[in-house]
Write a protein that binds this ligand. Structure first.
Ligand SMILES: NC(=O)c1ccc[n+]([C@@H]2O[C@H](COP(=O)([O-])OP(=O)(O)OC[C@H]3O[C@@H](n4cnc5c(N)ncnc54)[C@H](OP(=O)(O)O)[C@@H]3O)[C@@H](O)[C@H]2O)c1
Length: 272
């Protein structure tokens, strides 16, 4: 079992939701942290709390990972501070929900920019340094959405399918190099993922971010290449698309998402 004590982890999307839980759990396990997201104030607040509660070092690098120069800006921030990263936790992510043509193009593009391009670029920039050093770890937060096409979440599910495929291939390429790669596939997690829209996450069907974070890190520490950090039914659900014809699976998921009202989503004011 690997230990996080004294290592340095960079967590993207650490301003809210699952990213806060990952950063908090890593700090609890003794890791120093670099927190990345766009919301500087939220990152600074979390940094103060984690330093006080756990006595770890916490640096904050605000960055837009959807911007072409975002990942390089993060690396420049690390170099200015002389920080080397042992664990890259690519958690930042977002997704459009609703019928593809009803939702603004900008939202679809932003999710691909962050979930795919930002993740790939940070992995290349920081993973390359790990490879040179011969040690390090990368955790990519994908989703159970990665395993099948999802009507009404079409671009989001496709972006997570990229993360799944990319992570599995990279894990195989890096076998024996000292750098490990793990993809994590949560199901529904009780966060503000759908904030700003009429879509909601049913808390009865969702795991807590704290539980998902702890289980992800346990799986990584055990040397796993894949983690299903949520309830068992989520993992079972990822097996279904491997058994049924893709068209059947896609129709079923479309029906499920219509049942959740995802076929008529509109924007609402962001909660205070
Ligand atoms: N919630 C779920 O049900 C669920 C299920 C499976 C997988 N996931 C995955 O888990 C990860 C975390 O999601 P969450 O539920 O915690 O969502 P969330 O509460 O909406 O948090 C998303 C995080 O991503 C950051 N982010 C968004 N756009 C960014 C950008 N352009 N540059 C830098 N950071 C950006 C946000 O920070 P700023 O806004 O401050 O930039 C925020 O910290 C995502 O990859 C998501 O796909 C979530």
């Amino acid at each position: 079992m690997k230990s996080f004590q004294g290592s340095t982890a960079l967590v993207t999307g650490a301003s809210k939701g699952l990213g806060v839980a990952y950063a908090t759990e890593l700090a609890r396990r003794g890791a120093n942290l670099v927190l990345v997201a766009r919301s500087r104030d939220a990152l600074e607040d979390l940094a103060v709390r984690l330093r006080e509660a756990h006595g770890v070092e916490v640096a904050v690098i605000p960055a837009d990972l959807g911007a072409a120069d975002g990942p390089a800006h993060v690396v420049a921030g690390l170099d200015e501070r002389g920080i080397a990263i042992d664990l890259l936790l690519n958690n930042a992510g977002l997704g459009s929900v609703g019928p593809f043509f009803d939702r603004p193009l900008a939202g679809h593009l932003l999710s691909v920019d962050v979930n795919v391009n930002g993740l790939l670029a940070l992995t290349h920039l920081l993973g390359g340094r790990m490879l040179t050093r011969g040690s390090g770890g990368i955790v990519n937060v994908a989703s159970t959405a990665a395993f099948q096409p999802m009507p009404y979440q079409s671009s989001y599910a496709a972006s997570k399918a990229f993360v799944l495929s990319f992570s599995e291939a990279l894990a195989a390429e890096l076998r024996g190099s000292g750098v490990t790669v793990m993809a994590a596939h949560p199901g529904a997690v009780a966060t503000g993922f759908f904030d700003g829209t009429t879509a909601t996450i049913d808390p009865r069907a969702a795991d807590t971010p704290e539980r998902v974070a702890a289980r992800t890190l346990d799986d990584f520490a055990r040397g796993r290449h894949v983690s299903y950090p949520g309830r068992v039914v989520n993992r079972v659900g990822t097996l279904v698309p491997r058994l049924l014809p893709r068209r059947t699976t896609t129709s079923l998921v479309g029906r499920l998402n219509r049942g959740l009202g995802f076929d008529h989503v509109s924007d609402v004011g962001t909660p205070a």
